[in-house]
Design a protein around this ligand. Structure first.
Ligand SMILES: [Zn+2]
Ligand SMILES: [Zn+2]
Length: 201
């Protein structure tokens, strides 16, 4: 059988999983036949099954080969390595290696040594940044990063480039501060990610 395309889900917070069922519906309705494999942290399979049930999606709705698997923290899936981040619920970061290049996606996390280890010498660190320094108490409460934490993590990991993501409204109006704060720690190789943006590694 053809090697399945893979989708990795970091955790089951609404902003990271709500689009998954509509996405699966869309590719089914589009006539997908190629296999798809979904992976997530412990408990992901059970949560997805509940989501499918709540959205009246019967077991035989998907006609393409679809597999759903939980990964243990630290477990690798082929060229994808994982670790547990420091967030409010079980959350998984991923590092993908291909053709001698790598990138690491932190998912949601406050400053986390395990994530820095996973990101060691990576070509591109895609690090969460949600709050700014004047919002440190809420960052700590919700286990999210500031751009300074992201910049510090990128520096300590010796990452080559840093892309920030997860800047919510209304902080998106303060995007310049996200750049400047991350640059204070990491230097100039900082960008803010946008939907569908592509990076050449
Ligand atoms: Zn989260
Ligand atoms: Zn999130």
């Amino acid at each position: 059988m053809e090697k399945p395309a893979r989708v990795f889900i970091s955790h089951t917070h609404a902003d990271h999983i709500s689009d998954l069922v509509p996405f699966l519906w869309a590719i089914q309705i589009d006539g997908r036949q190629k296999p798809l494999a979904l992976y997530g942290p412990p408990g992901f399979k059970k949560t997805l099954s509940r989501l499918l049930q709540c959205t009246s999606t019967s077991d035989d709705f998907f006609k393409f080969p679809l597999t759903v698997s939980d990964l243990d923290f630290g477990e690798a899936q082929d060229n994808v390595r994982t670790c547990r981040t420091s967030h409010t619920i079980p959350t998984m970061a991923f590092r993908i290696e291909a053709n001698g290049k790598s990138f690491c996606y932190t998912a949601d996390t406050i400053y986390c040594p395990a994530v820095i280890e996973l990101a060691r010498n990576t070509d591109l660190l895609i690090h969460e940044a949600t709050f700014l320094e004047d919002q440190l108490s809420i960052a700590e409460l919700t286990r999210h990063s500031t751009p300074r934490m992201a910049g510090k993590a990128a520096k300590e990991a010796s990452a080559k480039r840093l892309a920030l993501f997860h800047i919510p409204p209304p902080n998106d109006r303060r995007e310049k501060e996200f750049y400047s704060d991350a640059k204070l720690e990491f230097g100039d190789e900082v960008t803010v990610g946008e939907d569908m943006v592509m990076f050449d590694l």
